[in-house]
Design a protein around this ligand. Structure first.
Ligand code: F6P
Length: 554
């Protein structure tokens, strides 16, 4: 039966008409316990979704939909290692990477845990040797800089986590991340780095990604040019390059020695891979024990997710409230607003996690969906966003549900900053909910001495409609454990939504066409003229770029 034909979907549709009219403030007025009743706490995270147009009936209907759509069954299938990534015929087992229990996890009758533990031990060894200055560069000096070369999941996870855990990093070992094929990214990163003390980690699940291989080759060239007088090329690559990949043949062909290659498995999706050896830069930056704390936080969330009834389940309720907005209230975008500068890259990370997972238009059987699926995810840290796009959140014509994320305790001790940060975060959710009526605006303006036409003209511009939804997510502190739990929370949120929409959240065919066509355009650029088969705009753009290029640049 199609999702939209299910009685549980239809019940929500009918209910949405009634709820669409109600104001969130009235829901609070009717239920003095609402703040508690619509908040959940687990794994060191408070998830307050009370500032959404959701009643007890809404929750019950949403949970009924999730059960009806088979969320518990798909969840069990994932944890059991079944091949739920149907278009690639793969299991989905990022949860195994952080399985801190002694439970085996089987794929095709084989326990994957011994292999995972072996790689983790090798990561520990590498982290200890590099951080302790035991493993050295080709000229005998300890490493001071690590450059991760990767893109997508092989970049965003380690970049986001390493940045988020900045206070736990060691000043003697700086982590850099190069992803963009724009040479400016690598060039800017290498400026000021000492090749003798720089270690490159080439991170690519496939080791075929054009951007990563181009950057890796250029980095190797830079190293060989700078140090050619000091050692032969093979020795330089041996000392200064490591790789994380499932393609061991390609890493060997690049010249990286097996002891410096960390494998992982096809059942780890790129955007779910930071828990694997793709997390090596994290372990190098913050130390392996803290990397393990990150895994432990995620494991705690996994246990909560698989063992908690949906109505009390943090990721499940986040998913259901999100889906309510998207499919029943017509709000297809979602803002991620971390009130933590160190979470700078969280919106970009979640963009890939959510939009690459659930940006799908056909269901698991290949039938186009007749309902909206994954939201547009966007955002930036507060308080910066307040001085940029919050205008739109408060007074724009579109309603954007938002996640406000904040830690009660600051990572830094500069006096006065954390109170300001917390006050702004909490006050923004209050302002979005409460709004400001025309009467309130008039009273304020009158108190300032304004009267008559001027007052009436200004009033509508200063009115806030309010009733704008938000979730607030509070951590005690932004540390490895709570960050692990927070990331797993979002991974499972995406899982639950994808399960209800009956889409495959674990493939990404939508990224292929652009890659394929880039090959053709590249040939045209190299040939110096557009080839046949392009649409007129593309043809003209190729010609224009060629005309604009300074001779000798190609
Ligand atoms: O192009 C999309 C994608 O395949 C992502 O899913 C992935 O995270 C990224 O490219 C990088 O892939 P790889 O790790 O194989 O280089």
């Amino acid at each position: 039966m199609r999702l939209t034909d299910r009685p549980t979907w239809k019940a929500l549709l009918a209910h949405s008409r009634a709820m669409g009219e109600s104001r969130i403030a009235d829901l609070f007025a009717r239920d003095p316990q609402r703040a508690q009743a619509f908040s959940l706490e687990s794994c060191g995270i408070l998830f307050d979704y009370s500032k959404n147009p959701v009643s007890a009936e809404t929750r019950q209907l949403l949970v009924a939909l999730a059960e009806d759509a088979g969320v518990p069954a798909l969840m069990a299938a994932m944890f059991e290692g079944r091949r739920i990534n149907v278009t690639e015929n793969r299991a989905v087992l990022h949860i195994a990477l952080r399985n801190r229990s002694s439970r085996p996890i089987m794929v095709d009758g084989q326990d994957v845990m011994p292999g995972i533990r072996a790689i983790l031990e090798r990561m520990r060894g590498m982290a200890e040797r590099i951080r302790g200055g035991i493993a050295k560069g080709s000229t005998g000096r300890a490493f001071t800089d690590i450059v991760n070369i990767g893109i997508g999941g092989s970049d965003l996870g380690p970049l986001m986590v390493t940045t988020a855990l900045r206070p736990f990093g060691s000043p003697g070992l700086r982590a850099h991340f190069v992803s963009n094929v724009d040479g400016a990214h690598l060039a800017a990163t290498l400026t000021g780095l000492d090749p003798e003390t720089t270690l490159f980690i080439v991170s690519s699940k496939t080791f075929t990604t054009q951007e990563t291989l181009t950057n890796a080759r250029s980095a190797r060239e830079w190293l060989l040019t700078k140090l050619s007088a000091k050692a032969p090329a093979a020795i330089l690559v041996e000392h200064h390059f490591a790789a994380v990949s499932t393609n061991l043949e390609a890493t060997a062909a690049f010249g990286i020695i097996p002891e410096r290659v960390f494998g992982f498995w096809d059942w780890v999706g790129g955007r779910y891979s930071l828990w694997s050896a793709i997390g090596l830069p994290i372990a190098l930056a913050i130390g392996f024990d803290r990397f393990e704390a990150l895994l432990a936080g995620a494991f705690e969330m996994d246990e909560h997710f698989r063992n908690t009834p949906l109505a009390h389940n943090l990721p499940a309720m986040a998913a259901l409230v999100g889906l309510w907005h998207i499919d029943f209230l017509g709000r297809p975008t979602h803002a991620v607003l971390p009130y933590a500068q160190d979470l700078l890259y969280l919106p970009a990370f979640l963009q890939q996690l959510d939009m690459e997972s659930n940006g799908k238009r056909v269901d698991r059987s290949g039938t186009p969906t007749n309902y909206l699926t994954g939201p547009v995810i966007w955002g930036a840290p507060g308080t910066n966003g307040q001085h940029a796009f919050f205008q739109h959140l408060h007074q724009g014509t579109q309603v954007t549900p938002a996640d406000f994320i904040v830690a009660a305790n600051a990572s830094d001790t500069l006096p006065g900053h954390n109170e300001l940060l917390l006050a702004n975060c909490i006050a923004q959710t209050e302002a979005l909910l409460r709004g400001k009526s025309a009467d309130e605006v008039r009273a304020e303006l009158k108190a300032r001495g304004m009267r008559g036409e001027e007052l009436e003209q200004l009033t509508p511009h200063r009115v806030f409609p309010g009733n704008r939804p938000s979730n607030t997510i509070v951590l005690k502190q932004l540390d490895p454990r709570s960050l692990g739990a927070l990331i797993a929370f979002y991974e499972h949120k995406v899982f639950v939504q994808g399960a209800i929409w009956n889409i495959n959240s674990f493939d990404q065919w939508g990224v292929e066409l652009g890659k394929q066509l880039a090959g053709g355009v590249l040939e045209d650029l190299k040939a110096g003229k557009p080839g046949p088969g392009h649409d007129p705009s593309t043809q003209r753009l190729i010609q224009h770029v060629l005309d604009q290029q300074v001779k000798g640049d190609r």
